[in-house]
Design a protein around this ligand. Structure first.
Ligand SMILES: Nc1ncnc2c1ncn2[C@@H]1O[C@H](COP(=O)(O)OP(=O)(O)OP(=O)(O)O)[C@@H](O)[C@H]1O
Length: 257
């Protein structure tokens, strides 16, 4: 008879990233904050997952622990078969450079480099060759072919974030983590970036995890996870903005009761 995987040995079969029993506590004693209170989660390979929840519910902490940017207090994180939660700093740095893609709210481009140089920067730092066919495909997908020689100050916010998206994808990472990627963008630029993220999953087979406060942004994902008080309390698949708002409303009503 098949047995269920034990919590300490995640079944990573269809998942690109998993967490089991993930706990993150900041501080000690009476001032301790339980940012993650024992999260079990699987992020499916080739899927776009959004993480939502009220301010302070643990969204960023979950993403940072998954990406090896923060160390969990307890529990296991596995990304593409590698146990991130027990890696030393040297291996974490290597993992982040070679296997993870990051997109932040604030773009984080190097002002003195051109768009093309910004896009290939992670590969250059890792001393990995640029796959020019993949570079061209990613640049075409974000619509930046005629902007490659421009510096960030010569690009709009939306174009800068599209450079950041291309930079995150050019190394063919196992997974892309996006933290409020449209937080600084107008609605037209937001739609472009979100459509591109969705297309990177549907057309290029990328796996994307995105933290967002915005129900419309989250509706571009295949699946939305809802966090409250450091725990996953709900999830929906093939979300619409209305369905997301309904879940958020019921969580807010529970929190107020
Ligand atoms: N470095 C830290 N030191 C102490 N407490 C922290 C630290 N980082 C986060 N926390 C606390 O952990 C809890 C979860 O924070 P986190 O940033 O993960 O929430 P969030 O859902 O991403 O919030 P927001 O939507 O406001 O960005 C909060 O109570 C926060 O104050």
């Amino acid at each position: 008879m098949p047995t269920a995987p034990s919590p300490s040995q995640p079944d990573v079969g269809g998942a690109i990233a998993t967490a089991r029993g993930l706990v993150k506590t900041y501080g000690k004693g009476t001032t301790a904050v339980h940012a993650l209170a024992g999260v079990d989660v699987d992020f499916a390979r080739g899927e776009f997952t959004a993480i939502m929840g009220p301010s302070g519910s643990g969204k960023s902490t979950l993403m940072h622990c998954m990406a090896g940017l923060d160390t969990p207090t307890a529990g296991t994180v596995v990304v593409d078969g590698l146990t991130v939660s027990s890696m030393n700093q040297r291996n974490l740095t290597k993992l982040r450079r070679t296997q993870l893609g990051f997109i932040f709210q604030s773009f984080n481009l190097v002002p003195t480099l051109t768009a093309a140089e910004n896009i290939t920067l992670p590969l250059d730092i890792a001393r990995k060759p640029v796959d020019t066919a993949h570079f061209d495909a990613v640049v075409a997908a974000v619509g930046l072919a005629d902007r490659l020689k421009h510096r960030p100050s010569e690009l709009s916010g939306g174009q800068q974030q599209r450079v950041a998206c291309a930079r995150a994808l050019v190394s063919k990472p196992s997974i892309v983590f996006a933290d409020e990627p449209t937080g600084n963008l107008d609605s037209v630029s937001s739609r472009e970036v979100l459509s591109f993220l969705r297309a990177s999953v549907d057309d290029l087979g990328q796996s994307v995890v995105m933290v967002t406060h915005d129900p419309v942004s989250a509706s571009y994902a295949h699946r939305v996870l809802f966090l409250a008080d450091g725990a996953i309390v709900a999830e929906i698949t093939d979300p619409t903005p209305d369905a997301i708002l309904e879940v958020l409303g019921s969580l807010n009503r529970k929190a107020a009761a």
